[in-house]
Design a protein around this ligand. Structure first.
Ligand code: ZN
Length: 175
């Protein structure tokens, strides 16, 4: 496995709609493993392929807490097939927006269909933190980042802060 560089916003790949995976092969399985290692190293609870520069519909998630056994999820071609009308608000962050956090409102529950790393189809009902995390990561596959859910003012503020961090050399250049 390998730790991959994570793109920091703004970056064109983060704004692009990612392509569906035609077949889950060893190439995708290796990428999913590398993405998990990269996510644990960061550390984070979710990572989408575009964040490591690969514009494919793949993501990894592990919302287990520090004192729980790891619960890695490898998700390919996810689709939201049902979302609840009631909403939930969580303070979100993103590995492509280091040290930036903001409250985002999303459907509290969602039914998700996806392929696992062997190409087998699954459907899960996600709620709580998992629902938020999966929807955040699926957004990445559509070129949407969490600050796109905020007011223009808040979004501009966060992007300015990132720019400043980049200038001060506190972030690796995301080229
Ligand atoms: Zn993110």
């Amino acid at each position: 496995m390998a730790i991959l560089p994570i793109l920091v916003a703004p970056h064109p790949v983060l704004k692009k709609k990612a392509a569906p995976v035609a077949e889950v092969t060893d190439v995708e399985r290796k990428l999913l493993d590398d993405m998990l290692e990269t996510m644990y190293d960061a550390p984070g609870i979710g990572l989408a392929a575009p964040q490591v520069g690969v514009s494919k519909r793949m993501l990894v998630i592990d919302i287990a807490r520090g004192d729980e056994a790891p619960q890695p999820m490898k998700i390919v071609n996810p689709e939201v097939i049902e979302a609840s009308e009631d909403m939930a608000t969580y303070e979100e962050g993103c590995l492509s927006f280091p040290d930036q956090f903001a409250e985002v409102k999303r459907p509290a529950r969602a039914r998700i269909r996806y392929l696992d790393e062997t190409g087998v189809s699954h459907e899960i009902d996600a709620d709580g933190l998992l629902a938020t995390c999966i929807q955040h990561e699926i957004d990445h596959l559509d070129g949407v980042v969490f600050v796109d859910h905020l007011s223009q003012l808040k979004r501009a503020m966060i992007l300015r802060k990132l720019q400043k961090m980049k200038k001060q050399g506190r972030l690796a250049a995301a080229e």
